[in-house]
Each structure stands twice: as structure tokens, then as C-alpha cells.
Design a binder for this molecule. Sequence first.
Ligand code: SF4
Ligand code: SF4
Length: 448
Amino acid sequence: MVKAPMTKDLMMQYTLAALFGIAFLSYFAFGLSSLVICLISVGVAVGCDMLFAKLSYRFPKNTMSAAVFGLIVALSYSLGLPTAMATESTPVLAGGLEQYLYPALISAVGLIVFKKIQGLAGRKYVNPAAIAKLLILGLLFLPMFSSMSALRPADHLASLDLQNPLTAGLFGDYYPMETTTLGTTLITCYGSPSLDPMNPYTFGSYDNPLPDVLFNMLVLKYHGWIGGFSSIVVILMGLALFAACRGYIKWRITLAYLVTTVIVSAVMGGIFGGDIVLRVLFHVFMGSSIFMAFFMATDPATTPLTRLGQIIFGAGLAILTVVIQTYTGFLGASILALPIMNLMCPLLDRVGLPKASTTRLKIKLPKAKKLGDQMTTDCVRCGRCLTTCCKNLPVIMIKEAADKGNWARVEKLGAAYCDNCGHCSFVCPARIDLKSIIVSARDKIKKQ
Ligand code: SF4
Ligand code: SF4
């Protein structure tokens, strides 16, 4: 019986449970539409996973991972129609059958091209759900301005009403954000379609839209991204996941993203005027931004390993997102910013590397759980082995250098200091025998 504090399978189970909770509760904003989209997206992802497992042994079946991926695709999908005064109660049905085809396509392309085939390279460089959505959206950008596209989603990108109060033109002209304009636009875009947005007694005061905007942005949005239907629900599910996987989830990215978004939005408010609080609320809680911050930006496979790298990653993601949203009017910019920051990871992995310690450090290890025999899997890049080495060694970097036969780097990273304690193997959720790998690398460079 192997005892271990965490495994990759357990992390997947916790993630699936959190995502399932969000998907289930989204029924209260979108009705059956969101549940149907989730089922389609998960079904396509799991089906493609099984098909590829049958086609080649190089694509092992991973149903749990495919289901998590399918749910992330669905929850980051916009099925609303947030143009001002939207009245559809079930926007996906109003949009027609192509609205189901869109997430199915993202799910299939993402799983096959960006999970399975990208995985053959030994690691993933970009978030599969984000890049697949971007690719499909990219194909839709041009036809979006004509009525020719069968796949055109009725989504936020077409809404000039929402863009104008927030954006600054790239060529000098900009639209100063007026409090009532943005406030009432947000309310009419995201508020309950059963309420009359023109009736101030029902809908609140036009002069002070903040309470209604707060309700929409935090508690319940009736249009837009499924995973952004309730920021409170997403935050609670995200925090529960962080608590269950503490030590293994890269929460610094989420924190850095949220703090930097607030700061950059406030700076934009200072530059362009208007109500700073409304602008901040918009950039932090708009769409599935909060979902991305908790569930996509923390994807272990496509994010930096070092703590400082993670903080820079989260801050960079926020800066790119707010700047793109402000200067281009592309209001789902986090989906573009995320793959850009993912591609920066090899550089960020070199920032803040721990320095080998000559003395043995006291490390508090997590409690072991009885988890049964676990198969060794590929590294999930959780970074846990970086923070539990009693000699403060960058264990996973040493392993990667040893795998490539780069002994000069193995030596530079301090493998000679390895104390054979085994902490790294104990905490590794992928159950990689890191201790043996580092010890043999240590012995190899000592013999040279
Ligand atoms: S066995 Fe692992 S944790 Fe222990 S000193 Fe060596 S590399 Fe560090
Ligand atoms: S090798 Fe290190 S980074 Fe990779 S899964 Fe194991 S503990 Fe996490």
C-alpha cells in the first residue's frame, strides 16, 4: 500500500467536483441551455479521448481529464447575448442549433489538437481550452461582420453598446466612461430579462446604478459566459478546490491576477475618467474572467513552476487583459492573454529559482493519506517538489536537465547537494521516483 499526500487522479477528481458544482448551479441563470452545452462539450471531449485511445497506444485513455477539459470549454463559453435591452430568457435556444455546434467544435479541436497531439511534445505549452476557443473565435472574427457565418455566436463581441463606454481608441479617440452609461448598460446586458430595465422602480436608480451592477457582477448574471454566471459561486468553488489541493494549486497566479486587474483598471479610470469602481468591477467580474482566474490560469501544465514566475505570470495576464480590453474593445481578452502568457513560461521558469542550501533545512511535509497503489504518470508541473527539498533544490528542473543529458546544467542547479531524503518523491502527485533520478544524476556528475 503506497501512502501519498496527493495524486494526479485525486487533483482531477477535486477539480471535476468543483466544475460540476458551477455547471449545475448555472441552471438558475440560463435554464437547461447551459446544462445541455455542458453535456455536449463533455460528451465530445470524452468521445474523442476514447477514439484516440483506440487508434493508438500513444494516446492513453484519460476519461477524467477529458471530462474536466470538456467542462472547462463549456464554462468558458459565452451563450448569452449581452447587447443592451436583451430580452431572451434562453439565449442559446434563441440562437439556433449552431449555438450547440460552437462548443462541440472547440471541445473536439481542443482535445485532439491541443491536448492529445500537443501532449506528444512531452509537455503542453498553451492552455488547450483557451487556444481552441481563440482559434474557433478567430475563424469567426471575419464572418462576424456579415450574416454569412453558420457558426456565428450571438456573443459579447458584437456588442458595441458594451464596448463604447469602456474602450479607448487605438488612434487617439476614446470614449470617456460615464457612470450612468456603463452602469445602465451593464444592468440591461446582464440583468434578469423578466425585469423591465426602463422602469426605475423595478430596476433601481439610473443615477446610482452601483447596487444593481454589484448584484449582476457578483451574484447573478443572466447573459454571458456560463462560468461567469455567478462570481460568488465561482469564487467559493475555486477556494474549496484550492483548500482541497493546497500546496499543489498555483493560487499565487489567481491572487496576482486579481490584485493587478484592480490596479490597472483603476489606472485606466484615472487616465480616461468615469467611475473607477464600475470600471474595476467590470474588468474583474465581467464574463468568465473570474472563472479563468481560478480554473484556467492555474492549469499546472501550462504555468510557471517557481513562485516568483507565477506572480509575474498572473500580473502579466491581468495587464494584457485590461489593456487589450481597453484599447481594442475585444471584451473577452483574457482568452487571448492566457496563451500569450503560457508561451512565456519557459522564460518565467528561470526566474526565482531556489538556490541550493549547503545545510539541511527543516521542511514540514503534508500528512500522508492512504491512496492505494498509484501508477507513475507524466509530471503535472505542480511545482511541489521545488518547495519541499531539504536542500532547496529545483528538483524538477534537475530532472528535466538530466533527461536531456545536460549535465552542465544538472551541476549548475546544485544536484551535488542532494541529501537523499526522499521528500521530493513523497510529495510528487505524479508518483515519479524523483529521489532515485536526482541521486543518480548527483552520482553521475560527481564521477565526472
Ligand atoms: S532526495 Fe529530493 S528532496 Fe531530498 S535532497 Fe534530494 S532532491 Fe532534495
Ligand atoms: S515532478 Fe515535481 S512538478 Fe512534477 S508533478 Fe512531481 S512534484 Fe509536481
